[in-house]
Design a protein around this ligand. Structure first.
Ligand SMILES: C[S@@+](CC[C@H](N)C(=O)[O-])C[C@H]1O[C@@H](n2cnc3c(N)ncnc32)[C@H](O)[C@@H]1O
Length: 449
């Protein structure tokens, strides 16, 4: 959290439900606007620098408050008009769309730098120019929608900003391709014409919960997965059907195929297939650019042993295999490992092996089986690595660690632990995988001193 400082706070901070009129000063990690009210810092969802907004307080804490913009009273001078709007509301999936794209890039670069310096206490690294996105709209190859009701009619779209109980209906989301939008709209038409009710989480009744639309950008394949409560209803126009018992908000459960079970994609010249439960980067075009930076940082000569930790369906390791002696991938989701093995075979790659294991317990056995690696590539989820997993990575004693991070605030403490143990952070390069959003991806290169 980047904090504003200055005036002495009032005796009590803003309380939940209170309406404030505030001017946004800057952006915090995570993307919310930072404002001040009577000296209290307020993080405002939906507020961009320079905006004067009416904001409703959603959480009042001792030292700061959280709020969401409910009315834009005066837009900031740099604001660009919203391009993606649903039912009069800015798209919740594109909270930075009001920022000019150059400003988004500058902000992301600054946040990477600040996280590493302020949270990680690091210095002396080269911050390379951010790789700008090829497409700033219609770049996502996967979107998840929720069913609900708007004006007594079934709706299929996103949760309104900061609201778990309110859905905004979506006709054309500019984060998705036209084909992806058409697939979603077809499912909504089916649900309306067959009168299948949406699931109401508050009342715990109803049927339709979520729809995931995935797209092979290079193959043109669209894959839809409908998530419902157990119920009987006419055959839906989708590829996969997942049934969820109980009232958890999750979307993973027993899944049956009504159409094509696997998604096909082409990436960095590789023919890939993936199961619905396996992770795949949501921006196919920029994943290639991301992996190219990782490959450049790995600096392989063709002889090295490479570990690809958190390998998903094997994409990073497989793109490096032609330049490595051998590749060993490790990943917790068994279906993803099965996909990785099949992907290696499909592409005639014989020097890559993949193991299904938790990084916490799997690195030591991997070391015993494979021997010490020259390069370790790590690509963890947003939470980053626990201190224990960093220690396991250190035991690999690799000359180079290439860390692909989707969250600089968790990269920073991991980077600090690696440097305390003798690595040096050499270079960092942000890659913009998620235009119009505050999400930041970057690649960091560590070398043993
Ligand atoms: C950000 S994704 C990266 C996947 C892959 N490198 C790619 O680029 O597509 C993180 C991956 O880590 C896996 N994962 C999460 N926790 C894990 C753990 N404790 N041990 C091993 N893998 C884990 C997830 O299933 C996911 O596939």
């Amino acid at each position: 959290m980047r904090e504003a400082s200055g005036t002495k706070p009032a005796a009590r901070g803003p309380r939940r439900g209170e309406l404030l009129e505030v001017e946004i000063e800057s952006l915090a990690f995570g993307g919310r606007g930072v404002a001040r009210s009577d000296g209290f810092v307020v993080f405002v969802a939906g507020g961009l620098p320079g905006d004067l907004v009416r904001a409703e307080v959603t959480k009042g804490k001792k030292r700061f408050a959280e709020a969401r913009a409910v009315e834009l009273l005066r837009p900031g001078a740099d604001r660009v008009p919203d391009a993606c709007v649903h039912g009069g509301e800015p798209c919740p999936g594109a909270p930075w769309q009001g920022l000019p794209y150059e400003r988004q890039l500058a902000e992301k670069t600054a946040q990477v730098d600040e996280a590493l310096r302020r949270i990680g206490g690091l210095d002396g690294f080269e911050l390379q120019q951010i790789v700008a996105a090829e497409e700033t709209w219609r770049y996502r190859n996967k979107l998840e929608y929720s069913f609900g009701e708007v004006d007594d009619e079934l709706a299929l779209g996103f949760h309104a900003r900061g609201r778990w109980d309110l859905i905004v209906d979506v006709d054309d989301c500019k984060l998705a391709s036209e084909a992806g939008n058409a697939a979603r709209n077809e499912v909504r038409e089916w649900a309306r014409s067959e009168a299948v009710p949406p699931y109401d989480a508050r009342a715990r009744r109803g049927v339709l919960r979520n729809l995931a639309v995935r797209e092979g950008r290079r193959t043109g394949q669209i894959q839809t997965r409908l998530v419902t409560s157990p119920a009987r209803f006419p055959r839906p126009p989708v590829d996969l059907h997942t049934v969820i018992e109980g009232d958890s908000g999750g979307t993973d459960g027993p899944t049956g195929a009504l159409g094509e079970e696997r998604l096909r994609e082409v990436l960095s010249g590789l023919q890939l297939e993936m199961s619905h439960g396996a992770f795949f980067q949501t921006n196919t075009e920029m994943a290639e650019r991301l992996y190219a930076v990782a490959a450049e940082y790995a600096g392989l000569s063709g002889r090295e042993r490479v570990f690809d930790l958190y390998c998903g369906i094997g994409t990073i390791g497989l793109t490096l295999a032609g330049r490595s002696g051998e590749v060993w991938g490790l990943e917790i989701v068994p279906e993803a490992i099965a996909d990785a093995e099949a992907n290696a075979k499909r592409n005639g790659i014989g020097n890559a092996r993949f193991l299904a294991a938790n990084a916490r317990t799997g690195v030591r056995p991997l070391l015993e089986q494979a021997g010490k690696p020259d390069v370790v590539v790590i690509d963890p989820p947003r939470a980053g690595l626990s201190q224990k997993i960093v220690r396991r990575v250190l035991e690999c004693e690799a000359k180079k660690i290439v860390y692909v991070s989707c969250n600089p605030t968790t990269l920073a403490p991991n980077a600090a632990q690696l440097t305390e143990a003798g690595y040096r952070l050499r270079r960092v390069r942000p890659v913009d995988m998620f235009p119009q959003t505050p999400h930041i991806e970057c690649v960091a290169l560590f070398e043993r001193e």
